[in-house]
Design a protein around this ligand. Structure first.
Ligand code: UDP
Length: 235
């Protein structure tokens, strides 16, 4: 296998599946099976999950809710998703730990870097909930930050598109997909990959990102085995 320790970023929105809101049980089940396949290879797996299927801080202001309050609501939404994911992974026999960016003592451990690394070394899947625990950030930035902190080999951004395109493929039929692209080109071309903070963190720390379609069965496995899947972003 190509990667020994991965940081998988799953968006909350993807968890909705075909629903308008919430968590699609079939999607969750599929993700558990994909993760199990790479876990069985002996890969150390850390996961950051978003909360966009439930709440995003940016929505708050439109509804008269304070932005910072809204961001904390968004972070709590990620914990709901993380708890669901944890439960399904455990149902499939995997060992997991949920670590939160802020204290929710009855439900999960607080994020402590050394402890997270130890869990990974022991073969536990570590799910990072509540983002980094600060408002005005996203779970994409959390993915980059946590990946750097636990010294993951790569950030795998699982989405519903199969990579980075020259334009939005859902709007522009002539858009083509990159197999490789540099961080610099992502900035120069203004490509919509992850937010700028997330990309900058990876660029500065020389940490590759692969954007790939998480909904396609076998993609995660193939990627970990070194196959060319999605778009690789490197320095
Ligand atoms: N959030 C935050 N700080 C963080 C991570 C997340 O404030 O470190 C909030 C923010 O409001 C964000 C929401 O949590 O909109 C849900 O996360 P995100 O939008 O990244 O989820 P995704 O798009 O991956 O579903």
């Amino acid at each position: 296998m190509k990667y020994k320790r991965i940081l998988l970023k799953l968006s909350g929105e993807a968890l909705m599946g075909s629903q308008q809101f919430g968590i699609d049980p079939q999607r969750l089940e599929q993700y558990a099976q994909e993760v199990k396949r790479v876990k069985e290879l002996g890969v150390e797996v850390a996961i950051v999950i978003g909360g966009g299927n439930i709440y995003r801080g940016i929505q708050a202001e439109r509804t008269g809710i304070d932005r910072v309050q809204g961001d904390y609501m968004g972070m709590l939404a990620t914990v709901i998703n993380a708890m669901a994911l944890q439960s399904i992974l455990e149902k499939h026999g995997m060992f997991t730990r949920l670590m939160s960016g802020f204290k929710i003592e009855q439900v999960c451990e607080p994020f402590i870097r050394r402890r997270a690394v130890r869990h990974l070394e022991k073969g536990r899947i570590v799910i990072f909930g509540a983002g980094i625990g600060n408002p005005y950030f996203t779970t994409d930035s959390t993915a980059s930050l946590r990946a750097i902190e636990v010294e993951a080999d790569v950030v795998l951004k699982g989405t519903r598109v199969d990579g980075v395109y020259t334009a939005d493929p859902e709007k522009d039929p002539t858009a083509t997909r990159y197999t490789n692209i540099s961080f610099q080109e992502v900035f120069e071309k203004g490509l919509n990959v992850m937010d700028m903070t997330a990309i900058t963190l990876c660029q500065e720390n020389n940490l590759p990102i692969i954007v790939f379609d998480m909904n396609k069965t076998g993609n995660l496995y193939n990627l970990v085995m070194g196959e060319e899947v999605g778009t690789l972003i490197t320095t």
